[in-house]
Design a protein around this ligand. Structure first.
Ligand code: GDP
Length: 356
């Protein structure tokens, strides 16, 4: 399954953030949360559409799309040379589909910084340098073999050339993701910096309300996505009931928990979207890759649905809500009958017809 690996220097708030993520929170009371292993947590994708669907259909349950996070501890300066947990850490990160880098941007003299000063830019460079060095090692190790293969088999020439080009970008200090490098030919190398990156800046209360400060942080990582939150407050939110949580958020000028934003951005960074189904039993979000067709979407519910796919009855969530009911949406001509070629859109409310 697709998961997001949480990395960052020691003492930046990774554990605090991970615990807050997996503890569950009052503002998402209906969402199932689970911790599979100590360092793996599955959380529900916050989606206010589900509550409204459940209301419309009088559904007993709300089931959000799951998003997996893995707390990957142990990345320190020198990890690529075997410092700290070194290679064990790198193996963990290889399994993640996207990388969420937590960066300290709070000042608290009581929390020691490993390098003695709080500098988001330097910390990002430290982490990314380790990942870049690990990729360079992978490429240097593979290149002699790839070049040999290229001489014997024409179809392998592209792979060797791509590895060389990737090595050059890495040597200049770029991650392959930030350089927009096409790694489709290099899948077999499992390069770390080719994964999508997103950045969580662990900011304190003063920082959260300082727009210029946040803009500067955003500029460091653009065009990658930046999320700003206060990990300490996020972990306190999970201990409160809904009303108290909303009050605390309002007091720091936040419309919703930063964690909700993180889960949504993480989900999007994985290249995923959801479609919705609803009935008296449950209102549910299903995960599909962006660009999935209707039969592929049906296959997420059950492989039989994909095999026996006939058609899909589709209405956009907005159209359904505007009409106030499925029969109303049908009467208004907003419910479409779609076939095998239909490319699903985020928020489609769907009923599949299929042969068994
Ligand atoms: P990790 O090593 O990256 O997992 O960091 P931890 O989550 O264990 O946090 C390290 C220390 O920083 C702990 O003492 C936390 O209580 C503290 N900490 C984490 N997040 C924040 C924050 O947002 N603000 C402040 N002031 N302290 C924090």
């Amino acid at each position: 399954a697709l998961s997001i690996g949480i990395v960052g220097l020691p003492n930046v708030g990774k554990s605090t953030l991970f615990n807050a993520l997996t503890k569950g929170d009052a503002l998402a009371a209906n969402y199932p949360f689970a911790t599979i292993e100590p360092n793996v947590g599955v959380v529900g994708l916050p989606d206010e559409r589900l509550g409204r669907l459940a209301e419309l259909y009088d559904s007993q349950k709300v089931i959000p799309a799951p998003v997996s996070f893995v707390d990957i501890a142990g990345l320190v300066r020198g990890a690529s040379k075997g410092q700290g947990r070194g290679n064990a850490f790198l193996a963990n990160i290889r399994d993640a589909s996207a990388i969420c880098q937590v960066v300290r941007a709070f000042s608290d003299p009581n929390v020691v910084h490993v390098d003695g000063k709080v500098s988001p830019r330097d910390d990002i460079e430290t982490i990314n340098t380790e990942l870049i060095l690990a990729d360079l090692q992978t490429i240097e190790k593979a290149l002699p073999r790839l070049e040999k293969e290229a001489k014997v088999r024409k179809e392998r020439a592209g792979v060797a050339a791509a590895a060389k080009a990737a090595g050059e970008l890495l040597n200049e200090g770029n991650t392959l993701y930030s350089a927009g490098f096409d790694v489709s030919e290099l899948g077999e190398l499992h390069l770390l910096t080719a994964k999508p990156f997103l950045y969580v800046f662990n900011v304190d209360e003063a920082g959260l309300s300082d727009a210029a400060f946040l803009d500067d942080l955003r500029a460091i990582v653009a065009p990658a996505e930046a999320i700003f939150l206060d990990a300490k407050i996020e972990s306190e939110l999970t201990d409160l009931d809904e009303e108290e949580a909303l009050e605390l958020l309002a007091s720091i000028g936040q419309p919703e928990p930063g964690l909700h934003q993180l889960i949504r951005v993480g989900f999007r960074t994985l290249g995923l979207q959801t479609y919705l189904t609803a009935g008296p039993k449950e209102a549910r979000a299903w995960t599909i890759p962006i660009g999935a067709t209707a039969p592929e979407a049906a296959g997420v519910i059950h492989s039989d649905f994909q095999r026996g796919f006939i058609k899909a009855e589709v209405v956009s969530f907005e159209d359904l809500m505007t009409a106030g009911s499925m029969s109303g949406a049908k009467a208004a001509g907003r419910v479409r009958i779609e076939g095998k070629e239909y490319v699903m859109q985020d928020g489609d409310v769907v009923e599949f017809r299929f042969n068994v």
